[in-house]
Write a protein that binds this ligand. Sequence first.
Ligand code: 5AD
Length: 358
Amino acid sequence: MKNKALIERAAAERRLSAAEWTELFATYTEADRAYAAALAQATARARFGNRVYTRGIVEFSNYCKNNCYYCGIRAGNREIVRYRLSEDEIFSCCENGYRLGFRTFVLQSGEDSYFDDERFCRIIRRIRAAFPDCAITLSVGEKSRAAYQAYFDAGADRYLLRHETADPEHYGMLHPAALSLANRLQCLRDLREIGYQTGAGMMVGTPWQEPRHLAADMVFLGEFRPEMVGIGPFIPHHQTPFRDHPAGSVPLTLLLMSMTRLILPSCLLPATTALGTAAADGRALGVQAGCNVVMPNLSPLNQRRNYLLYDNKLGVDDEAAESMRGLQEQMRKIGYECVVGRGDYIDLDNGDNGGQNE
Ligand code: 5AD
């Protein structure tokens, strides 16, 4: 095995240098990937047992002011049907999710200015009041620090904002000039300081991505130490400028997931929908590579097919209950159990949790 020593050192020291990460991603073999997965799965099992946390996603608007070159709901896509859920519809998605056992709701949308801070805070407060035992996770993009603070004060607990790529030049090749890595990272620092459990992450195999870019991602994750990390393969969407670029590699995505588990042993790491889309048994493979979260869809069925960030997205035709059963079955087959409960981040390696859960 070519990179056994590097993988073991990453696990022991919870870091590698940028040059070492680059070496690993440029030269890894299938045996390396499988070895990293075995270590990562053992690491997750030692902390979480055979439990996989479930989070219900509500995709409440596909309007977006941004024009990211990879994303199907980019502003420039004139061919999709735009929708936004009403406050009552968002709330009933959560009610339905609660009945199904979910205790974390993820509210995700494009950057839609219809949901101004006042309106959005009202929705958060309503969900917070109705479901005091649930975690509220937001995934609504780049906002001002004041807005993040207002959402937090209204009752949100967690925030997902992938950094997408930690290399500023590569970031500029994936996004229009209005967006910058510097601002994205500032948002992540703001979220962390306000007190959110904070999620970063990246796509694997985006156009022009090189091993050194993934190395920068791993160095960033190792330094920022987010509580949650979302990693998925890039998958082209036919109505975007990246339509003709190939999808990211599943084995490489799995290796990134495993190495993330090894350097951030306590982190919440979803086996993403994109991974499940790129490979039939993708989410099971993710869990076997160290993932400990799955995120089924709670959005209304009639709008599901309008929230396509990439082609062939998994689960557009499944009722929430149905996709939950399917996932439970997939997890059961590999010896895991989907659990309900908030599933907060707890730093299981350093005795305390940095005040995250107080
Ligand atoms: N392929 C894979 N993932 C994508 N995302 C957006 N577009 C794509 C795509 N074409 C991811 C981004 C974003 C998250 C919500 O979805 O990483 O942060």
